[in-house]
Design a protein around this ligand. Structure first.
Ligand SMILES: *Cc1c(COP(=O)(O)O)cnc(C)c1O
Length: 386
C-alpha cells in the first residue's frame, strides 16, 4: 500500500522521519561504562553477588525506601521466586489480571498454582477489586496484581481484601519503577513487588529484575532462592533457581540510576504534549492515573473506541506504520486468549468483561526522548483522520 502524503502546511514528509518505535533503551555514556568494564576485568569478579550488584542493590533499596531489594537476571525469574517465597499450597488459586504481559500468568502456572483471571477497571485498566472479591474462594492463596502501564492499582482495596481473607498480595511492578502511591514508592506495597529492568523498561540493565519487600527477614530467603538454595559450601536448604545478575549489567544499572530521572522528566513533558494533541478527539480515550499516585512514564496508552471514531485501533496502527511510527497493541491478545489459558473465564461484575472491550481499543504510542515535534505532527495527522 502506498502512503499518500497529505499536503497540510507544516507537515513533515514521512521519508525524512527516522523509524520510531514504541520504546528505546535508555543507555549510559559508553566511556563511563568502559571504566566499569576495566575495573570488572581487573578484578575478575564478573558475577555471583559481586561488589557492583551489591552496590546497586543498596542504592535501589535506599531509592525505593525498602529494607529488602534483591536483584535478578530478569523479572520473570523474580516473579517465580516471589510466588515461591510464600509457600503457597500447590494447586491453590492466584487471582490476577488478563491485561498484562505473558510473564505474569506464566509465573503462576510455573509454580503449579492456578491463575484465576478477573476483570479490570475502566479508568486505568488495573485489576478491579470488586472483581477480585467475586473471585475469592476457599482455594485462593494470593493476589498477583499489576501496575499496568505504570498506573498504580487500588492498593487500599486490594490490601483490605488480602487481610480479610488471609491472602498474600504480590505486585508485578514491571511498569512502575519510580512511581509513588500516597507519597510512598510503590516498592513497599503488599507482601512483595517485582520490577523489570528489561531494555524496554525506563530504568533498565538490558535484562534484569528486582524483588522488593517490607521485611528485612526476606533478604536471606530471597537470596537463597536466587542462588540454587545454596546456604554455604556444604548446605543446600531450598529448591532454588539461578536468578543472579552479573557485574556488567549491574554497572549499567548504576550508571542508568544516575540518568533515569532526566529521561522520566522528558517523558512527562512528552505525555503533556500528547495530551494537548489527543484530548478532546472523539473516540480517543487517554489513560487516567489515580489521584494519589504518580506516573512512572513507562507507557503512553490510548484507547480508540470504534463506536465513536472513524478508524478502528488496527487501522490507526497501520496508518502510523505507514509514517514509520510503530505503535504496539499492549495488551492484545490478553492472557485468556493464549493457548494455555484459553476459555478460562474473566470473572467480572459486568455481563461482558471490560477487558474484552479494552483489548480491542488499546494502543501504546512511542514514549521516550527520541520522539520529536515532527513525529508528533505525524501522529496528530493520523488521529485527526481517526
Ligand atoms: C516486562 C514485563 C515482565 C517481564 O520482565 P522480564 O524482565 O522481561 O522478565 C513481567 N511483567 C510485565 C507486566 C512486563 O511488562
Amino acid at each position: 500500500m502506498k502512503f499518500e502524503r497529505p499536503v497540510a502546511t507544516g507537515s513533515v514528509p514521512a521519508e525524512e522521519v527516522v523509524p520510531l518505535y514504541v520504546s528505546q533503551p535508555l543507555l549510559p555514556d559508553p566511556t563511563a561504562l568502559n571504566e566499569y568494564i576495566s575495573k570488572i576485568w581487573a578484578s575478575k569478579y564478573v558475577t555471583n553477588h559481586g561488589p557492583l550488584s551489591l552496590e546497586l542493590e543498596d542504592r535501589l533499596a535506599a531509592f525505593l525506601r525498602v529494607p529488602t531489594a534483591r536483584l535478578f537476571n530478569n523479572a520473570t525469574i523474580g516473579l517465580l521466586v516471589a510466588l515461591k517465597l510464600f509457600d503457597l499450597p500447590p494447586g491453590s488459586e492466584v487471582i490476577t489480571t488478563p491485561m498484562t504481559f505473558a510473564a505474569t500468568a506464566h509465573s503462576i502456572a510455573w509454580n503449579n498454582l492456578r491463575p484465576v483471571f478477573v476483570d479490570i477497571r475502566k479508568a486505568d485498566l488495573t485489576i478491579d477489586p470488586e472483581a477480585v472479591e467475586l473471585a475469592i474462594s476457599p482455594r485462593t492463596s494470593a493476589i498477583l496484581a499489576v501496575h499496568v502501564y505504570g498506573c498504580i492499582c487500588d492498593h487500599d482495596a486490594l490490601q483490605r481484601l488480602a487481610d480479610l481473607h488471609g491472602l498474600k498480595l504480590i505486585y508485578d511492578a514491571a511498569h512502575a519503577f519510580g512511581a509513588y502511591w500516597n507519597g510512598r514508592p510503590v516498592a513497599s506495597l503488599g507482601d512483595a513487588s517485582v520490577f523489570s529492568f528489561h531494555a524496554t523498561k525506563l530504568f533498565n540493565t538490558l535484562e534484569g529484575g528486582l524483588i522488593t519487600t517490607n521485611k528485612v527477614e526476606d533478604r536471606e530467603s530471597i537470596y537463597l532462592l536466587r542462588n540454587f538454595g545454596i546456604k554455604n559450601e556444604e548446605e543446600v536448604v531450598a529448591v532454588g533457581i539461578n536468578g543472579k545478575m552479573n557485574e556488567l549489567q549491574a554497572a549499567i544499572g548504576l550508571l542508568n540510576l544516575d540518568i533515569f530521572e532526566i529521561e522520566r522528566e522528558k517523558r512527562s513533558r512528552l505525555r503533556q504534549r500528547y495530551r494537548e494533541i489527543l484530548s478532546g478527539l472523539d473516540g480517543v480515550l487517554l489513560q487516567e492515573a489515580a489521584e494519589n499516585t504518580t506516573q512512572s512514564e513507562q507507557y503512553l496508552l490510548v484507547r480508540i473506541d470504534r463506536t465513536r471514531s472513524r478508524l478502528d485501533r488496527d487501522q490507526v496502527k497501520e496508518r502510523l506504520a505507514e509514517r514509520k511510527i510503530f505503535a504496539r497493541k499492549y495488551f492484545y491478545p490478553i492472557c485468556t486468549d493464549y493457548e494455555p489459558y484459553r476459555n478460562m473465564p474473566i470473572i467480572s461484575k459486568r455481563a461482558r468483561p471490560y477487558a474484552q472491550i479494552a483489548k480491542e481499543q488499546v494502543l501504546c504510542l512511542p514514549l521516550h526522548s527520541a520522539v520529536t515535534e515532527a513525529h508528533l505532527d505525524l501522529i496528530a495527522e493520523v488521529f485527526r483522520e481517526c
